[in-house]
Unconditional design. Structure first.
Length: 317
């Protein structure tokens, strides 16, 4: 009888334990099932990472679609998300203000400019400003828009692929194959630039600020930046500088990052300067992707130059 009571009690305890939910955390299993998060600072880097990986990695570009990725700053909640990411892919050359201002774990940060040290372009008068009542002065700086030369974008992609393989080694074969596909997709852009270089070598261009140096070097062109502030109306001093440069060098074209006001286009035309837009695509385009939109813009640029054959001839003299 005692033996029967003992086994009955033991069976009851075992049944009760079996019915209890498993509330104990399983950190190892949770970590294995967690999707790695990769943060990027601009659209070109987003395009590279998304071209290399699939759903096994979450790609996060925290910059809102209507914000400037160069000056945008994250709120507290987003700061925590960025800091907790598995990898933070930055551009380098002081491209994004938030990268300089946030405390980021060094082991998680990949600065792609470090792989391009031999190809970086520095501008001695990158930024001109004044402090209070002091005289205007300039600071040197490195141009950050590497991806405007497909050869440099390839090098960015290669170093990103290496780091992604470290993050998800089981995806090495897939990432390696995707890297080759990405390189193939950039070939038409290189061909367009080669054609521009062959047909229109030695051109001189204005730009608002140092943006197009890598594209210009690829095409054998020279850029002259005006230090015009984005989104502001050029003042009398700005126009005086342009007129002076025009008298000295007769520069026929100005590359704009975004569509300027028609009034500005007309004013420039009066000074012998024709305007054309080439968006550097720091933000995702409304249609297509980096490759398709950049190719469309380069074709449009070649058509623009063809329409201004006389000015291109004068620029090369």
């Amino acid at each position: 009888m005692r033996r029967f009571i003992f086994f009955s009690a033991l069976f009851s305890v075992m049944t009760l334990c079996a019915c209890q939910p498993d509330t104990q955390p399983k950190p190892k299993q949770a970590a294995e099932n967690k999707t790695p998060v990769v943060v990027v600072v601009n659209y070109p880097l987003q395009f590279i990472v998304e071209s290399l990986v699939g759903p096994e990695i979450q790609v996060l570009n925290p910059v809102p679609p209507d914000a400037n990725p160069e000056t945008w700053l994250p709120a507290d909640a987003m700061i925590q998300t960025i800091q907790q990411a598995d990898l933070i892919v930055t551009n380098g050359a002081n491209f994004a203000d938030w990268v300089k201002k946030l405390s980021l774990p060094r082991s998680k940060v990949l600065r792609t400019s470090l792989s391009l040290k031999d190809a970086l372009i520095s501008v001695p008068d990158f930024e001109v400003h004044s402090h209070g009542t002091g005289a205007a002065h300039s600071h040197a700086g490195t141009v950050a828009f590497f991806w405007l030369d497909p050869a440099l974008m390839e090098r960015q992609a290669e170093v990103i692929a290496q780091r992604l393989i470290q993050l998800v080694p089981q995806e090495k074969e897939s990432i390696t194959a995707n890297l080759e596909k990405l390189k193939d997709s950039l070939k038409p852009l290189s061909q367009e630039l080669d054609q521009l270089q062959a047909e229109y070598p030695g051109l001189h261009w204005f730009s608002e600020r140092p943006v197009y140096q890598y594209l210009a070097r690829r095409c054998g062109w020279t850029m002259h930046h005006l230090h015009w502030k984005q989104g502001t109306v050029p003042n009398e001093s700005d126009w005086d500088k342009l007129k002076t440069m025009q008298r000295e060098q007769k520069i026929p074209f100005l590359l704009w990052e975004h569509q300027p006001e028609e009034k500005r286009v007309e004013e420039l035309a009066q000074h012998g300067v024709n305007s054309v837009v080439l968006d550097p695509l720091t933000m995702k385009p409304a249609q297509g992707d980096y490759v398709t939109e950049m190719q469309r813009q380069l074709v449009q640029l070649r058509q623009f130059l063809k329409q201004h054959q006389s000015e291109t001839a004068e620029s090369k003299e």
